[in-house]
Write a protein that binds this ligand. Structure first.
Ligand SMILES: Cc1cc2nc3c(=O)[nH]c(=O)nc-3n(C[C@H](O)[C@H](O)[C@H](O)COP(=O)(O)O)c2cc1C
Length: 199
């Protein structure tokens, strides 16, 4: 039994290729781990707003010193962090947007990467506090980035690995549905990605 969190970043709902790939990963995880509990977070439904000044201030104040108003400002961050900490396995599904991650996913990350909760600063520098998690990244892209001339143009995977690693999450597996805009690849991009899932 595992607690699986699927964080979905595409605005395209059930038509989304990355979401379908993420759903296939969670479904296979559930088969391999009977009794698993799957929680889904669609970042385009009730999205995390861009950070604003009062919220940034509140996010940096220790919980026992927050005013009631500040507690309201940290509430969604608290909830998102609790979901991450509770999960054994996290599936992040996203489309590649302009060589990076979609902004709703960035806003979610800005809410979960929080000093004192998911990382800390010590004498030896920053330390990730989130341990023992496995993350699957289900990435859909119009072009091909796993190999070839555009390999260096994918900033989403290096960024996600860096920021997840900063929080202590180093067991990250990437499954790509790529070439979704390339004739000859698009027809089977999702199917081929699903075939590569090994959980
Ligand atoms: C705003 C926007 C930016 C995009 N930027 C890229 C890009 O930089 N590289 C790429 O290969 N595809 C790009 N695409 C194509 C998507 O990554 C591709 O259609 C993907 O399969 C969509 O995934 P989804 O079905 O999960 O939403 C972009 C699409 C949109 C809407």
């Amino acid at each position: 039994m595992k607690k699986i969190l699927h964080v979905m970043a595409s605005p395209r709902g059930t038509a989304s290729i990355s979401r379908q790939l993420g759903d296939s990963i969670t479904a296979q995880l559930a088969v391999s781990n009977p009794g698993s509990i799957i929680t889904t977070v669609d970042l385009n439904v009730n999205p995390f707003p861009h950070l604003f000044e009062a919220q940034i201030d509140a996010l940096r104040i220790p919980a026992d010193r927050l005013t009631e108003a500040q507690k309201e400002l940290t509430k969604r961050s608290d909830e998102a962090i609790a979901q991450v900490l509770e999960a054994d396995t996290i599936v992040i599904s996203l489309p590649l947007y302009n060589f990076g991650i979609p902004s709703p996913l960035k806003s979610w990350i800005d809410n979960i990467a929080r000093a004192g909760y998911t990382f800390s600063y010590g004498a030896d520098g920053p330390k990730g506090l989130v341990e023992g998690k496995k993350v699957y990244i289900a990435l859909a892209s119009g072009g091909v980035f796993s190999e070839g001339p555009f390999k260096e143009y994918d900033f989403a995977v290096p960024y996600l690995k860096t920021v997840l690693g900063f929080m202590g999450i180093t067991d990250v597996e990437v499954i790509r549905a790529e070439g979704t805009a390339v004739s000859g690849l698009m027809e089977h991009a999702l199917e081929r990605a699903i075939e590569r899932i090994a959980v």
